[in-house]
Design a protein around this ligand. Structure first.
Ligand code: C2E
Ligand code: CA
Ligand code: CA
Ligand code: CA
Length: 279
């Protein structure tokens, strides 16, 4: 048994070394990616289902790795957070999204919001408001065209100072959305005090509405809570027509999901903006 334990230990420790090595390689190539601009953004429409109009676009980060191909954020955001690289990456995302939004505006497309995800580390930056103000100025995008998506758990990491930052951003005219709503643990009393404009209902609840009465009830409660608090509400992960119909019948107007469009390139969005969405 001792021998086996010994082997297990060796196995475990070489496994650990591989993990450490992988992390170092990933971190290294992330730094290079930033220099070489190997990151790019996809955009996913947020749709008013009463009219079919695109009200907003969510910018979603991708990494085109020279060997590994396109990598999705769930595979590298955590490491970007841990290493602090999320700060320059996040700034790049904000800048790129704002310039793109301004370009669409100048091409004459109907006004819409550009929604950008912020990570906890970014949100914890004391001068975040100044960084964003500079990017808005540089790009010429009006503040009310920008929406920031922040998760409940990000806000709750430091509710008091984060609420102050939310207020500063809101005072600038920026719109604020709580992302993945329902998965965190913010209490209702906090929700009332957060200076926010929108709740985004997490895909996890939306997905199983048809089969899971509890999820359906949760979604209904979130929608009516949003209305009571005079917040806008967007359902994410809407993949099917019955889901859309359920949500619409509960007065959820805005939706996002594969039913309308997957996240696509800026070029594809330009085509969609020209032709309208088909779903
Ligand atoms: P999220 O903000 O909740 O974004 C929604 C995710 O759901 C996106 O995954 C999107 O592609 C996916 N999605 C949209 N509609 C559907 C649908 O109908 N069905 C299914 N199954 N999925 C759908 P993605 O692009 O892989 O992003 C994952 C997460 O990575 C995001 O979750 C967000 O938390 C984070 N993220 C993405 N871009 C950024 C960024 O620029 N900065 C930061 N900090 N985080 C980002
Ligand atoms: Ca989001
Ligand atoms: Ca979300
Ligand atoms: Ca999510």
């Amino acid at each position: 048994a001792k021998e086996r334990d010994g082997n297990n230990f060796q196995f475990f420790s070489s496994e650990m070394n591989i993990k450490v090595l992988e992390r170092m390689m990933l971190e290294n190539s992330m730094r290079k990616a930033l220099e070489r601009e190997d990151f790019f953004l996809l955009y996913q429409p947020q749709v008013d289902t009463r009219t079919g109009e695109i009200k907003g676009l969510e910018a979603l980060l991708r990494w085109r790795h020279p060997d590994m191909g396109v990598i999705v954020p769930d595979k590298f955001i955590y490491l970007a957070e841990e290493t602090g690289l999320i700060i320059p990456i996040g700034e790049w995302v904000l800048r790129t999204a704002c310039f793109q939004a301004k370009a669409w505006q100048q091409q004459g497309f109907a006004p819409m919001r550009m929604a950008v995800n912020l990570s906890a580390k970014q949100f914890g930056q004391k001068n975040l408001d100044e960084t964003i103000a500079a990017i808005l100025l540089e790009s010429g995008l009006d503040a009310d065209r920008l929406e920031l998506e922040i998760t409940e758990s990000t806000i709750m990491k430091n509710p008091d100072s984060n609420t102050r930052m939310l207020q500063k951003l809101k005072d600038m005219g920026i719109s604020l959305a709580i992302d993945d709503f329902g998965t965190g643990y913010s209490s209702l009393s906090y929700l009332k005090h957060f200076p926010i404009n929108r709740l985004k209902i997490d895909r996890m609840f939306v997905r199983d509405i048809a089969n899971n009465p509890d999820d359906a009830a949760i979604v209904e409660i979130i929608i009516s809570m949003a209305h009571t608090l005079k917040l806008s509400v967007t359902a994410e992960g809407v993949e099917t027509r019955p889901l859309m119909e359920f949500l619409a019948s509960r007065n959820c107007v805005e939706m996002q999901g594969y039913l309308f469009s997957r996240p696509v390139t800026a070029e594809e969005i330009t085509t969609i903006l020209g032709n309208g969405l088909k779903y």
